[in-house]
Write a protein that binds this ligand. Sequence first.
Ligand SMILES: Cc1ncc(COP(=O)(O)O)c(C=O)c1O
Length: 395
Amino acid sequence: MNTNTLNLGSEVAHLKRSDMRKLINLTAAPDIISLAAGLPSGEHIPVDELKDCIATVLERDGARSLQYGPQFGPLVSWITEYMKRRSVPCEPGQVLITNGAQQGLAIVSRLFLNEGEVAVTEEVTFTGIQQVTAGRGARLRPIPTHAQSGADMDALEEALRGDPRPKLIILVPDFHNPLGVSISEEKRVQAANLAAEYDVPLIEDDPYSQLCFEGEAPLPIAAHDTSGKVFFVGSFSKMLAPAVRLGWIVAPEELMPMLVAFRESLDLESSALMQRSVGEYLQRGLLEPHLDSLNATHRKRCRAMQSALEEHMKDLATWTKPGGGLFVWVELDESIDGRDLFTRAIEKKVAFIPGDAFAVVEGHRNTMRLSFCNKSPDQIEEAVSRLARIVSEMM
Ligand SMILES: Cc1ncc(COP(=O)(O)O)c(C=O)c1O
């Protein structure tokens, strides 16, 4: 078929063809120690428990679990209580269940942001955030992120003062993808205040806060919001399993009809079977022990990565020290090109994601995202020592 004669819509011109999937495919050979993919550790995905919950739901609810239907009430109640536990005022009418956080980002950004308008994101950020902003023709006004305290609030204020006024802010407050950094408590208060003062909605994209393995995750930005400007987007992908494809938006109730209409333009609703099965899982009290063991494993692996970096890369790089999530961000000498390093690394059977894949503008070519969650401490030590050897050879 000759597609040259098709009149494609204007959004096509802005589509960002993320190379993440291509990079991850290159790392997939079984003999490669890959620190590339951002998946919660595979052996912790609760297959048997979910199998039992799905069977129970099918047995108990029959065809209702395979029909179209309203949002599953007990799941909405669980989300409402969860938000309240995190000090975010929330009523059931404020919750929209989505197919993961990505759909939440897509829906809320459509509510506020049009082609040609300005959005504020971090300079280095999750590619899905770039897809729902630049990917729809928005102009990005990026702000830097500090390795210890997260997004720069002075830069955020400057971006909000700029002309034209931004229409949307998107931040990842906890265990940032790809930086592994969390926004400090003080900056969370500032972020909520700035959104209110400049009257710009802020999406708080939080798939990672429950993956906290050192101390406790601070309260969400939404907990400090008194003006209804902060839109919380949550997800079960990382705390339970990506393939359940369930997340949620918390938004003022008055906006719900519009959010629901945007959502209906995408896919009508989330699977009743999955909503009910995850609801059953939560109702059985299985999430907390699951998170305890998942986070204990991630803690061990993250510590192994920190020790390996300390041992092999002390003179070659600086890196972040996350207390949760899945990623460590490594900055190498300016002379090192992460894409070259990636090619050499694949030859030596070790892999990572070159950091520039997450850069909103240009640059950050001397960086890498390392994921610690899916490899044993011994594999992590071996992978980091191989990477260090290659970096030394390139210096
Ligand atoms: C920061 C961030 N936001 C959103 C998502 C999308 O998650 P979900 O699977 O819930 O759509 C991801 C996935 O990796 C992510 O890292």
